[in-house]
Design a binder for this molecule. Structure first.
Ligand code: GLC
Ligand code: CA
Length: 551
């Protein structure tokens, strides 16, 4: 019998923050009941999986990435019983569920840390975290949240030692040299798999181990532990996705994708190059990045986000020329940028100055490049953000469902809301919301839904081979996706001006060509095949004889 493809190959992932998505009990905070009530929407939109940012008990110093109990649910979101109800409902709708798994650190309020700081120096209990008598250890490890922290060490009065933290001082790093820590975290994985989850997004994977004289990123010991994670997951004989968050150059991110390690990794470099291509109307660097990504590992292993709950990373000038970073920083052209620690804390639509053509262009690439496209909740509406809020809160505000008060997110009194809904000009929830956009045939939301429907009808986009084609125009990228049954040709124009070009389709000479999104016939494929793409325009063509219902 033929082995079934893993569920996550080419899956469309919808990322959401449970606290900001839908409030089921009118206390102003999104929760699992609210989310369960909205599963019909996600099914209607056509996504395959949802990734939930952490839903564990937490004092929320870092959006829930500071955890006090890995095996429970934050009481504001629900409990294990409501998680079970939500998961069953998601599965009934055919939607997979991916949890965020934070291996690197806990909250300072985690009982393990409280026990550690009171325990004797050098004891087993103390050893669960990384301590030192001074700050002169692991000095080559860069501070990541440099807006909030100036050192990776924090003095603890009770312990009379410093503890190590790669992120906020509220997030002490677990000591992976300690086998007890490893066993505990492997048990956490068992716990959630036994409760039925379909995958994990592994937070901050590069940082698990430390070593003197290194940046403390991606050390061999870290890879060895991740292989144990994989073994543990495989022992459950279910198809579980392990997806790495490593905000690093392509080859480093790909290093987690050894066949015995993780299944997928986000391609943040590609995300940066997509924005860069829009900013300067040129796609040479984007092409090189795609080539490099393919060489590093098969395309299906990459997950591709445009935006997420964090900053937009542009790689400190070594990935993308400084001038282009500046353009993106300045909100592409009009001075709307906001720089936080190492990137921009804004949503997709405002980053693109509300330009719908550029927005559709980037999403059309997302849906046709190889791998797992990741939609960030609200970006399918072109939702706005609140630049004045602290940290990454600008891009974490409540989902806009309807035109009623608070966008239908919650009926609680305004001061109780988790974050203020968007009412800024051009992005007001009374206009930019699900209900309104469902009714407008030309809305961004209906466009996303149509694109996802097309994607489902075109298996070549889900798991076909990827090939870059020659393009005679510097603003236009051209590629094909081919599986056993079909070839889809894609062309995308990163210029704000229209672009015409000649393509050499002699490889498919004499074959019928049809544009899928608009349903129009083109001349048969030939050596000289001419196309015109309007400002930020793109097309998907089916090449050859394929069932006419696909159009
Ligand atoms: C990851 C998360 C980010 C969090 C950090 C520390 O980068 O995406 O939101 O702050 O890890 O856990
Ligand atoms: Ca609630």
């Amino acid at each position: 019998m033929q082995k079934q493809e893993a569920w996550w190959k080419g899956a469309v992932i919808y990322q959401l923050i449970p606290r900001s998505f839908a409030d089921g009990n009118a206390d102003g905070i999104g929760d699992l009941q609210g989310l369960a009530n909205r599963l019909g929407y996600l099914r209607w939109l056509g996504v395959d999986a949802i990734w939930l940012t952490p839903l564990y008990p937490s004092p929320l110093e870092d959006g829930g990435y500071d955890i006090t109990d890995f095996k429970d649910i934050h009481p504001e979101l629900g409990d294990l019983a409501s998680f079970h109800r939500f998961l069953t409902a998601a599965h009934d709708q055919g939607i997979k569920v991916i949890l965020d798994l934070v291996l690197n650190h806990t909250s300072v309020l985690h009982p393990w840390f409280q026990r550690a700081r009171w325990a004797k120096k050098g004891s087993q209990e103390r050893d669960v975290y990384v301590w030192n008598d001074d700050e002169n250890r692991y000095c080559d490890a860069p501070v990541l949240f440099r807006k909030f922290e100036s050192s990776n060490w924090e003095w603890d009065e009770v312990a009379q030692q410093y503890y190590f933290h790669r992120f906020l001082r509220h997030q002490p790093d677990l000591n992976y040299e300690n086998s007890w820590v490893q066993d505990q975290m492997l048990e956490v994985i068992d716990f959630w798999i036994e409760r039925g989850v379909d995958g994990f997004r592994l937070d901050a994977v590069p940082f698990l181990f430390e070593s003197e004289g290194s940046r403390c990123e991606g050390l061999p010991e870290t890879h060895a532990f991740l292989k144990k994670v994989r073994q543990r997951v495989d022992s459950h004989s279910r198809d579980i996705l392990l997806l790495a968050e490593a905000i690093q150059p392509i080859n480093e991110a790909a290093s987690y994708l050894d066949d015995k390690e993780l299944h997928g990794a986000f391609n943040f470099v590609l995300t940066a190059h997509l924005f860069a291509a829009v900013a300067n109307g040129e796609c040479k660097q984007l092409r090189l990045c795609l080539e490099k990504s393919q060489q590093a590992v098969s395309g299906s292993r990459w997950a591709l986000p445009l935006r997420n709950h964090d900053e937009l990373w542009l790689g400190d000038g070594h990935l993308i020329p400084v001038g282009i970073i500046q353009t993106i920083r300045d909100g592409l052209h009009q001075g709307h940028g906001h720089w936080l620690n190492w990137g921009i804390n804004r949503r997709l639509a405002p980053l693109l100055n509300g330009d719908l053509r550029a927005n559709r262009l980037l999403n059309a690439l997302l849906y046709s490049l190889p791998g797992m496209p990741c939609i960030y909740y609200g970006d399918e509406l072109g939702m706005g953000d609140w630049p004045g809020l602290r940290d990454r809160d600008p891009n974490r505000t409540p989902m806009a469902w309807t035109s009623v008060r608070n966008g239908g997110f919650s009926s609680a009194p305004d001061p109780l809301l988790v974050l203020p809904p968007i009412t800024s000009p051009g992005y007001d929830y009374r206009v930019v919301n699900v209900e309104v956009q469902k009714q407008l045939p030309g809305s961004l939301l209906n466009w996303h839904r149509r694109m996802l429907t097309c994607r489902r009808l075109l298996p070549a986009l889900r798991h076909g081979d990827f090939k870059l084609l020659e393009s005679s125009h510097p603003s236009v990228i051209v590629y094909s996706r081919t599986c056993e049954t079909m070839t889809v040709l894609v062309a995308a124009n990163f210029s704000a001006a229209g672009s015409s070009l000649r393509l050499d389709l002699s490889k498919w000479k004499g074959k019928r060509t049809r544009e899928v999104l608009w349903g129009c016939e083109y001349p048969t494929a030939d050596k000289d095949w001419f196309i015109y793409l309007p400002s930020y325009g793109f097309s998907w063509w089916l090449i050859g004889e394929v069932d006419d219902s696909i159009r």
